[in-house]
Design a protein around this ligand. Structure first.
Ligand code: AKB
Length: 329
């Protein structure tokens, strides 16, 4: 796996003071540990509204913080003289449909707090994740281009698309160094996700190992873009370490690794667990999935900052089953 950050000097890297907001979540927890490896435990401050794993809480500074509390976040930024912020707190697609205004408030307020801190030069660099949810039913479904029709039909998608516009605006108007990726469904075994439409692709591994069966809330032929956690972390670190002039897109980059349907994933799992059985019982999340792309064209990220994934469906399935088995034995 080629990591762009390796070319950077150690002293440059240790002069960073990083704050991760949403550090106890699915991506935040693994990202925090990777950043601590790279930049030193004391230079990476993890924060979340809830406590994290023992490993996260014990390996470096941890602050309880609400991402929408401007005074609280500003106090942490000042206390540690933070240079870089990774804003990972968000309400995901399925939960957001149930409590739309709360989702809008969390997803937008947290972003404005960080963008304004960067505008006021209190921080130097911002990472903010967008999502494939920025696309909608009128977007070309296959190999969705970087620039295309975007009419998201979910609250989460509307908040992410709006956020992208604001990121680009703050870059153009105020020179804020903000960088962003449109994450596909991120698959991992260490921390469970919460409230996403792509969560079936994680639950299925738990079901396969525990009960040798799983009932999918998406139809068997629903293709969605997906990525193994290690690749998502690598992309996040790589875009933050890329030279500023190489990051030409300041809204958000398409990012891709693989696409599969529930039935294709089930067949891959059957190669390891032959008596695994899958059933299908689509619920309200089917409509969300139907509005999203089946596959993504990420050639702009590949050209601009050399993005390239390492895990395909086979590699992801092996890593998930192996990782989960280790955690449960
Ligand atoms: C979700 O399903 O809501 C997220 C996403 C694709 O952003 N995993």
């Amino acid at each position: 796996m080629k990591w762009i950050y390796l070319r950077h000097k150690t002293d440059e890297m240790s002069s960073k003071k990083i704050l991760i907001i949403g550090a106890s979540g699915q991506i935040g927890s693994e990202l925090s540990l990777k950043l601590r490896d790279l930049y030193g435990n004391d230079n990476v401050i993890a924060s979340d509204i809830k406590q994290g794993t023992a490993e996260l809480m014990n390996s470096g500074p941890f602050e309880i913080a609400d991402a929408t509390d401007e005074a609280g976040i500003t106090a942490i930024v000042e206390k540690y003289a933070i240079t870089d912020v990774y804003l990972m707190a968000a309400m995901l697609s399925a939960t957001a449909e149930r409590i739309p205004m709360k989702a809008w408030d969390l997803n937008m307020e947290s972003l404005f707090i960080i963008l304004n801190l960067a505008k006021d030069k209190k921080i130097e660099k911002v990472f903010w994740p967008s999502s494939i949810a920025v696309f909608g039913p009128t977007t070309p479904k296959n190999n969705t281009p970087q620039t295309t029709i975007m009419e998201p039909s979910t609250v989460y998608g509307i908040s992410k698309q709006t956020g992208e516009r604001w990121c680009e605006y703050y870059f153009n108007q105020y020179g804020v160094d903000v960088r962003s990726l449109r994450y596909p469904g991120i698959i991992s075994y260490k921390t469970l996700p919460g409230g996403g439409t792509t969560d079936y692709a994680i639950e299925i591994f738990h079901g396969a190992l525990k009960d040798k069966k799983y009932t999918s809330f998406l139809k068997e032929d629903t293709a969605l873009p997906m990525m193994f956690m290690d690749d998502a972390i690598k992309a996040t670190v790589d875009i933050m370490e890329a030279d500023a002039e190489d990051v030409r897109v300041r809204s958000s980059y398409n990012l891709s690794a693989m696409s599969f349907t529930p039935s294709e994933l089930a067949n891959e799992i059957k190669k390891h667990i032959p008596d695994f059985e899958i059933a299908y019982q689509p619920d309200f999340r089917q409509k969300i999935a139907d509005s999203w792309p089946g596959s993504i064209d990420d050639s702009t990220a590949r050209e601009d900052w050399n993005w390239s994934p390492s895990f395909d469906l086979k590699g992801l399935s092996e890593a998930m089953l192996e990782g989960l088995k280790k955690l449960t034995t």
